[in-house]
Design a protein around this ligand. Sequence first.
Ligand SMILES: [Zn+2]
Ligand SMILES: [Zn+2]
Length: 318
Amino acid sequence: MTVLNTPARYALVSVAASLVTMALKFWAYWMTGSVGIFSDAAESVINLAAGLVTFTALVLAARPADKRHTYGHDKAEYFASGVEGTLILIASVAIFYTALQRLFAPEPLMSLGLGAAVLTVAAMINLGAARLLLHGGRKFDSIALEADAKHLMTDVWTSLAVILGVAVIMAAPEEWVFLDPLIAMAVAVNILRSGLDLLRRSWSGLMDHTLPSTEIQIIKDALHEQAPDAPFHGLRSRKSGSKRFIDVHLLIPGKCTVKEAHDLCDRIEKHVESRLDNASLTIHVEPVEEDSSWDGHCIGGVANDGSDQETEPGNKCS
Ligand SMILES: [Zn+2]
Ligand SMILES: [Zn+2]
């Protein structure tokens, strides 16, 4: 779809879907008085807020690098998913509290059939939007879009659970109305889980978690293929949104000319950048015969000096 040519535009799909489903669900709550349906409607408000935060962050993240942010603005995405995780936590606590109150002060439910039908329509809209966003998240390697898609999916599951509960309440005797707040509580716990997961992932992104081991292996293979005799150490990596930043120390004979060393580095960099999307590799060249070159234990990261073991960062060189 040509209209959906930026991550931010995908985020607008989520905003639109949230607006429509929020209206539908509050209508269903107003008709039925079900606290289970209310919990679902409350989640839509969070979805709307989250969609807007995601949209803002993606617009910001898409801005090119400038004088003050020379690596770009991609980390804005982690703030979006962090804020989204926090909002989900707040929603889950609010739903749980409302349900707890209703458990001790039950109220009769009305028009459950119509309420369930409206909820089904809302769930289908969310399912469609979630699938579209997941596709966009993969296409642009965007954690913020993926987070928003997962968020919409938890909403779909919430609606299905509530619809199922409503069906049971309709079939069961009137005293079984206590099922309604219990369903809402189960929904709250499920929402809590997805919120915690998002917070964990935002945290690891902000804390510069290394690239996954499969991608590290691609980099090691490139080094081995282009410079089979050169030891390396201090292979460090991090991800910023969809960008990958990698740096490594390469040990080559001191008699190499600057041009020879640079040509070699260029070949390795091109090799890695052709196999990993949005990768930027920086190589620091060191003369292999100098003692001071062997500083991998200070730098940390991955090394291949003989043992091919990861070296722990030390403090011996300060
Ligand atoms: Zn160069
Ligand atoms: Zn070094």
